[in-house]
Design a protein around this ligand. Structure first.
Ligand code: DGP
Length: 111
């Protein structure tokens, strides 16, 4: 998607601080961190949001979910972390390329 910020990050057209990558996904630091450690994990495939998932994406989503603990551990989040997926405007989604937030490095409160 030519106008997608995260596709541009994937292509290297927008710089990012990558901490993980494989053939299906990458993880990088969020530019507006809401916690001492705030990472975003995104699939290489452009999928706009949870709402746009199809059955064909099941394996890809499972792959990302099973990589998250390893990514979090490698960033020192052995004490725990929060994962968030915002969906749609009212869900607080601002970038329409599906992404998993990983937040940690402090006590998470509320929801
Ligand atoms: P959300 O609100 O759930 O759609 O989260 C989008 C996140 O993406 C938000 O926390 C800020 C982050 N973000 C937006 N633009 C960039 C960027 O160019 N680089 C990085 N690293 N993060 C970005």
């Amino acid at each position: 998607m030519s106008d997608c910020i995260f596709c541009k990050i994937l292509d290297g057209d927008i710089p990012s601080n990558r901490v993980y990558e494989d053939e299906h996904c990458i993880a990088f630091h969020d530019v507006q961190p809401a916690a001492p450690v705030h990472l975003l994990v995104i699939p290489r495939k452009h999928i706009s949001s949870l709402d746009a998932l199809t059955p064909q994406d099941q394996e890809l989503m499972g792959h990302i979910m099973t990589r998250i603990p390893e990514i979090a551990r490698n960033q020192g989040l052995e004490q725990g972390y929060r994962t968030v997926i915002n969906t749609g405007e009212q869900g607080g989604q601002t970038v329409f390329h599906i992404h998993f937030h990983i937040l940690g490095g402090r006590q998470m409160t509320g929801l």
